[in-house]
Design a protein around this ligand. Sequence first.
Ligand code: GDG
Length: 463
Amino acid sequence: MKRLVVISNRVADLTKTSQSGGLAVGLADSLRQRGGVWLGWDGQTANSDENLEPQSKQVGDVTQITLPLTRRDYEEYYLGFSNSVLWPLFHYRLDLVEYKTDYLEGYRRVNARFADALMSSLHEDDLIWIHDYHLIPLAAELRQRGCKQRIGFFLHIPLPPPEMLSAVPRHRWLVESLLQFDVIGLQSQTDLNNLQHYIEQHLSTEVSAEGHVRWGDREVIAGVYPIGIDVDAFVEMAERPNDEVLIETRRREILGRRQVIGVDRLDYSKGLPDRLRAFARLLELYPEMRKSVALMQIATPTREEVEAYVEIRTELEALSGAINGRFADFNWTPVHYIHGTVPRDALAALFRSSQVGFVTPLRDGMNLVAKEYVAAQSMDNPGVLVLSKFAGAAEDLREALIVNPYDVDDMARNLCRALTMPLDERQERQRALLERIRKRDNANWLSNFLATLEHEISPPPLD
Ligand code: GDG
């Protein structure tokens, strides 16, 4: 088995991966099996250009290589080009793009530094797997340094249509850089169609029905590899009793109340303001729901140095305050808004004890929360997933109640439908959804992607 070399913006702590999400655990397991290297930013910013040497640490058979960024790198590469240009644009939010020439220079400089740091650690027959929008030019940088190994790329976020992609400064360079990979993995068929259309329209090159692109002397495969979760691990976590959650659940049961849950990074792509408005609309349209249901929204802080994230936080705090001010009673608070992080085991228990999982991003690569909510349900009395049609997960999770996250009334009606759905219909939907998340789980994602990277086996068709 070939050694695996993983590169991502941040390196997960390989000694603590059970605490974090499925991606880190899955990748770490593959790395442990095959042996290899994981390279990424160490999360630190150095004040000067001195002392930017990569640090190397051996964890079992895996070499973890981390490198610091300067404050300037952090501002230009991370906050700048990655998170103020590519992130909003790839989530169809042209209005939030803030571009500066320095951002692009910083992006290229840091990608070149990643390539320099990696070259000396590579073996001749390594498989290289690069993750996400921070590192699109990395394969081209590695090729310039003579790297001949097979290199794969997985984009965790959506890929927008050509009309939008072509608003990125130097977009042609960006997509040409992408074609220096051997395999380009995307989350959904929509993303793959968008990439095909760009290549056909802007590079005048055909993409075959199997996703093959001939680019110069290279043959590139683009395919859909929907990411999944470790279902058994999540089921096990959700079934484990959690005293604190249990006390709250019993209290609600005594009062005959239900809970709708939302869990997201506090990101404008997640559709949080309209989600809160939809909950308020539910209370407006169906007064009988008042005092019988509450929304718990956990919003984990993220990228707080980017202005758009400061604004969304202020907006949400004002909205939840306004809804509570309008509807709350002395013994009932409609919106329980948490700006913070909840431990993963408590999260699993909260999903299990909530009657609705409310997942309404305006645009999302996949959305693992939707899959975690399904995994956490009991078959005796399952809850209902209400899911945005603009999450990658909606291509597969068709037995969820699919909603338009821009249509507050549609979301409110579907919330009501979820809260009043008969048990047999809930069970039927839950059975089908569980089967779907098991079929496309984390292990499946890893093995399908690596099969294409290593043996050029195309991903199984989507049904
Ligand atoms: C990107 C793409 C794609 C959230 N709050 C807490 C917490 N979380 C965990 C969730 C879930 C993960 O974070 C979030 O994953 P998502 O997939 O929902 O979203 P992004 O962070 O935007 O991820 C996305 C993903 O990459 C993978 O490819 O699906 O489309 O945007 O696991 O449970 N975990 C804990 N406390 C919290 O408060 N412990």
